[in-house]
Design a protein around this ligand. Structure first.
Ligand code: NAD
Length: 350
């Protein structure tokens, strides 16, 4: 069946991989990428498919209901995959209101436009992409299940939890057909270098300190971004209405161990003596309210939809480093200007 799918946030890190996968795999679908191009959105991420016949781009803010209505009517949108968000925890600590605006109000705005535009709500799907951070922080043991109560700790996770609640409320109240997935930390090509893995790659290349929060003991589960995009594809097509799916890599790492792994691999790739990059590791004051451990139990999606991660972490890290080494212009472009100022304010005053 032909579909006209609106993908929001398609110029960002995860969104661009989802857009590329859908455009290439489903030539009969019309894919409309709606993105207002914040510092995190970059159309260069979509160069491979920008001329595809089934791909369209609209520079629109999800806060603008009038423009959303126009896009829905112009393309006769049948389904939404919603990724547009403010996504960086550190920024949410400095600017919480921006996260309420985009993540909460923007999501409700989009839900309202769907409700107003779609004639029979059950024939359309609103798919919300969310995070495992809504579940809060774990101790040394245990895993987040789909039934784990929400306990968000940062302004970012509180805003995502709130938007998840609104999505469920639109199902309960108006009968909207929705699905939510909560995924662990993604890594891979095209990630903005404020996040741990690309930040380390970029700084090692430039012989700059590698700022590590606290003692680097915090644990995260990591998933290669293309595996996340494949899970989104499966859930979009075969997920059950009203359900939540946790997506994870079965791959827990302490931050410091990831940084050491990247240092070793970069020394090798750059032909530097073993141990050179590790000298750049610099411990900085911990992030306020830093969650200790996230770990996803992704058995539901494995059992019900047959999804599992395809890439081993060390292989994924190598692939990621290679991508950043081959895309120096991309990296220089996104790290110039505004980001430079943010970086200096954020790390260099500590
Ligand atoms: P990102 O910051 O790289 O990209 C976000 C995109 O949304 C950008 O292209 C930006 O321009 C766009 N955007 C922001 N505000 C907008 C607005 N008001 N209107 C229109 N477009 C706007 O984020 P990401 O890492 O790709 O994350 C995408 C989604 O996945 C987010 O909802 C995030 O919460 C979720 N998620 C991310 C991760 C992760 O590890 N990165 C893990 C789980 C879930």
């Amino acid at each position: 069946m032909s579909k006209n799918i609106l993908i929001t946030g398609g110029a960002g890190f995860i969104g661009c991989h989802v857009v590329k996968l859908f455009v290439n795999r489903y030539p009969a679908y019309k894919i409309v990428n709606l993105d207002c191009l914040t510092y995190a959105g970059n159309l260069e991420n979509l160069k491979d498919i920008e001329h595809a016949e089934n791909y369209f781009f609209e520079k629109v803010n999800i806060l603008n209901a009038e423009e959303l209505m126009r896009v829905f009517e112009q393309y006769q949108i049948t389904d939404v995959i919603h990724l547009a968000a403010e996504s960086h925890v550190d920024r949410s600590i400095s600017y919480p209101l921006a996260f309420v605006q985009t993540n909460v109000i923007g999501t409700v705005n989009l839900l309202n436009v769907c409700k107003q535009t779609w004639q029979s709500l059950e024939q359309h799907l609103f798919y919300h992409i969310s995070t495992d951070e809504v579940y809060g922080s774990l101790g040394e043991s245990g895993y987040f299940l789909e039934t784990t109560p929400y306990d968000p700790q940062s302004p970012y996770s509180a805003s995502k939890a709130s938007s998840d609640h609104f999505v469920r409320a639109y199902t309960n109240t108006y009968g909207m057909n929705t699905v939510i997935s909560n995924c662990s930390n993604n890594y891979g090509p095209n990630q903005f270098p404020e996040k741990l893995i690309p930040l380390c790659i970029h700084n090692i290349r430039n012989n700059k300190p590698l700022p590590i929060y606290g003692k680097g003991e915090n644990i995260r589960d990591w998933l290669f971004v293309e595996d996340h995009a494949k899970a989104i594809d499966l859930i979009f097509h075969r997920g059950k209405s009203g359900e939540t799916y946790n997506i994870g890599g079965f791959n827990e790492w302490k931050n410091i161990d990831i940084v050491r792994l990247i240092c070793d691999k970069m020394d090798e790739k750059l032909g530097r003596a073993a141990g050179t990059s590790k000298q750049l590791i610099t411990f900085v004051k911990d992030r306020a309210g830093h969650d200790m451990r996230y770990a996803i139990d992704a058995h539901k999606i494995k059992q019900e939809l047959g999804w599992e991660p395809s890439l081993q972490f060390e292989e994924g890290i190598s692939k990621t480093i290679d991508w950043y080494m081959e895309h120096e212009a991309w990296l220089n472009n996104v790290t110039s200007g505004g980001y430079q100022k943010y970086y200096e304010e954020h790390y260099e005053e500590r």
